[in-house]
Design a protein. Structure first.
Length: 179
């Protein structure tokens, strides 16, 4: 076994990335306060070829050195857009037949290991590191997905939660006939 060199990794350019097929997943960052978290989620969206990333509310947007530090160039490859009002964004996505799910612990959460991918395009909303998703989104969304946790904390960093969800969705979608 040996570690692969940069040349052996077969990385594509940001322009090539823009041309390849993306998974039908939209990721929405709702008032994420840490720019390092924003950059990390950009990288995750690049790794799993997410269709689009929306930055909402107080979520910082590129260019910024603290986002760039963890994004490592993913702000150039991932299709992203800033939309101030997350409620309006979710309403627009739903009007365009996108199923929207919160990543949140609620009284009606669906555990991730029991979640069934919808037939339609899907969006997930990742909320603020302290307060979670905007409360006004709860009645608008198609459901809430919760990552089962057995420890004492019952919370994960938003980048970890986002990475787990995006990976699980990627795994589920890459084996479908539409992708």
């Amino acid at each position: 076994m040996k570690k692969l060199s940069m040349d052996e990794l077969g990385r594509i350019t940001p322009d090539q990335f823009k041309q390849i097929a993306k998974i039908p997943l939209v990721v929405i960052l709702d008032n994420i306060r840490s720019m390092n978290n924003v950059g990390s989620i950009f990288r995750t969206c690049d790794a799993f070829v997410v269709e689009k990333l929306y930055l909402c509310g107080i979520t910082a947007k590129p260019p910024h050195k603290d986002i760039a530090k963890t994004a490592l160039g993913a702000t150039e490859s991932v299709d992203w857009e800033y939309v101030e009002d997350v409620v309006e964004l979710v309403q627009t996505l739903k009007q365009n037949n996108t199923k929207v799910y919160l990543i949140e612990q609620t009284d009606h959460s669906i555990l991730l290991n029991q979640f069934q991918l919808p037939e339609e395009k899907m969006a997930i909303v990742l909320g603020n590191e302290v307060f979670g998703v905007t409360e006004a989104l709860l009645p608008l969304c198609d459901g809430a997905i919760e990552i089962p946790q057995n420890g004492t904390k019952h919370s994960l960093n938003v980048t970890i939660a986002g990475g787990i969800l995006i990976w699980e969705i990627f795994k589920g979608l890459k084996n479908t006939p539409n992708w």
